[in-house]
Design a protein around this ligand. Sequence first.
Ligand code: F0G
Length: 364
Amino acid sequence: MEHAEDAMQGNPGVLRHYRDLLPITGDTPRISLGEGNTPLVHSRHIGKSVGCDELYFKLEGCNPTGSFKDRGMVVAVAKAMEAKSSTIVCASTGNTSASAAAYGAYCGLNTVVLVPKGNVASGKLAQAVAYGAKILMVNGNFDQALNLVRELSNSYPITLVNSVNPHRIQGQKTAAFEVSDALGDAPDFLFIPVGNAGNITAYWLGFCEYFAMEKVSRRPRMMGFQAEGAAPIVKGHPIENPQTVATAIRIGNPASWRSAVKARDESGGRIDAVTDDEILAAYKLLASKEGIFGEPASAASVAGLLKSVQAGLDMKGKRAVCVITGNGLKDPELAAKHANSHPVEIEANLASVEKALELGTMRR
Ligand code: F0G
């Protein structure tokens, strides 16, 4: 498969790039859809507005299926193939199902996804449909769907590829390596949305491993943010009926709850809640002032930064990274509803253009 590596032109994918830092063997197929190696973009507006010269956005929406899930999925699917599994299953608020369906299709596996009916962004569902997964719409929420797939994979030879599968966390930790490599050290703060809590767990694992290997001189404070109506870790108990506009993190009983709390406490960080209004304000700000179209759940990291600074967190002289976990294109209906701009229909002549732009006397 060397020709495939050549074709990847500088992005060998997570399995090849981090082969020494992942639990893979000579028998693990080195599959890749070109995941990882995502941009770390310097903020031009939000950083200044919070007194932080070095604020960066990690654009995980640039992964092959438009979210960070691909980093972990490529490892989980490669290990499933190594174990000669023919079927993978997951519960999902949308992104995990899109990623599982893509890697399943790429590798010729059957993919089954369980999603909460009515609460998955249309672009994510369109992905699972296009990749040809078997899609089960559950009359219930994500937490119930996750219980179902756990039972299913216990009773049948079907590989569970939710982040309770440790290979997912292993793959996702590579984002912490990339952030550290790009900055030359770990940042002071990492702001990240929290749903099922796998990603905050994975970043913390990655930073701790790099620290132990002396590739970084410090570990960041982990700043996790749940949506106010779906904030079990903040409230200290499961939420029976979680609600938020950020459907990706509409989760009431996170599988990686304990490891998220561990990451928070070991790092001296925080897990806090942001309201839907704060999430939407950050979502609009990111797009209109930074040119970054993340999905609402992703904007929870930025909303969390803004809230923390308002509450007195001093960012002067600090380096911070906000993880933008998924692509805004996945939820076009929500984007239209909370628009920064509205299309104007015109006739195909210059006069109509001039009128619409209110050019008046500006003509040369
Ligand atoms: N951001 C996005 C865009 C997500 O899709 C998710 C989780 C998160 C943040 C939270 O990450 O669960 O590791 O704490 N989405 C899962 C899914 C639940 O099914 O796609 P987490």
